[in-house]
Design a protein around this ligand. Structure first.
Ligand code: PMP
Length: 299
């Protein structure tokens, strides 16, 4: 395999040289923000939406990203080009940077910016054809009045506990409820229900990240004439839905066909899920920022 190049604090370095200080507060405290982005055939899908979320997360926690959005776009393009990648998963991390052992961010000199682009790990095709099995985790979603779900921070411990519960149950993914017992989201994806041809997804403020893929699906579904409601719902609504699917940058649109042992619909991905997945796939290669057509502007 050819050398992998990683953008680290202003330079493209090899994977071996891409090392971060143990005093970086991203490592010591999970103090930082990140995005998971995807490039489809040289098109960075919905990059502007991902960058908006990153810069808003950073603003909220008072991390001053040392690049403009335009410069960051060029950094991503340059990283993909250097790695000759067209289809890639891109991880963009901005940590508080190197400080001392105390948690005070005032002692961190400057944020660290890291971009890792890797060939895509595509979920097996069968998973989209057969659907996945999910369970409800006992771990609750962090309360949105404690840390806003819109801050995509490096602190993913809660989500990791949820994933551990999924693994222990032999399931592909697990759902988190919010502190009031309403369904919030999966460990790294949003949830939609289909009931009587209408779509339902929880509003962000109840404790769900407002996913870029979620918003794309809402748009696509409305264009196709489906009614979409952002509303709270319970596990009962999930168990009795006609279709349930999860959305995310990695997961795309994937049907959940068994939930806590209850078979959803007829146990196969339903027609609405398949219809939306097909429409989603059509726009992934066109809707975004092109990596290879444009001249590179590096200042
Ligand atoms: N919820 C959580 C907790 C996530 O980590 C992700 C993945 N970023 C999502 C939802 C889906 O968001 P997106 O569609 O922007 O990838």
């Amino acid at each position: 395999m050819s050398e992998q190049w990683i953008f680290l604090d202003g330079k493209l370095v090899t994977k071996e040289d891409a090392v971060v200080s143990v005093y970086d507060h991203g490592f010591l405290y999970g103090d930082g923000v990140f995005e998971g982005i995807r490039s489809y055939n040289g098109n960075i899908f919905r990059l502007n939406e991902h960058l908006t979320r990153l810069y808003e997360s950073a603003k909220s926690v008072m991390i001053d990203i040392p690049y403009t959005k335009e410069e960051m776009t060029q950094v991503l393009i340059e990283t993909l080009r250097k790695n000759n990648l067209k289809d890639a998963y891109i991880r963009l991390v901005v940590s508080r940077g190197v400080g001392d052992l105390g948690l005070d961010p005032a002692n961190c000199r400057k944020p660290s910016v890291i971009v890792i682009a890797e060939p895509l790990r595509i979920f097996p095709k069968e998973m989209y054809e057969s659907g996945i099995e999910i369970v409800t985790a006992s771990t609750r979603r962090n309360r949105s009045d404690v840390l806003s779900p819109m801050v995509k921070s490096l602190n993913y411990l809660n989500n990791i506990l949820v994933k551990i519960e999924a693994n222990l149950a032999g399931a592909h993914e697990a759902l988190m409820l919010n502190d009031q017992g309403y369904v919030a989201e999966g460990s790294a994806d949003n949830i939609f229900l289909v009931k009587d041809q209408k779509l339902y997804t929880p509003p962000g403020h109840i404790g769900a990240l407002v996913g870029v893929t979620r918003n794309v699906i809402i748009e696509v579904a409305r264009e196709k004439g489906y009614e979409v409601l952002e509303s709270v719902f319970t596990l009962h609504d999930v168990y009795t839905a006609d279709e349930v699917f999860l959305t995310g940058t990695a997961a795309e649109v994937i049907a959940a066909v068994k939930i806590d042992g209850r078979v959803v619909g007829d146990g196969k991905p339903g027609p609405v899920t398949n219809d939306l997945l097909e429409s989603f796939r059509k726009i992934t290669t066109t809707d975004g920022v092109k990596v290879y057509d444009e001249a590179l502007h590096v200042s």
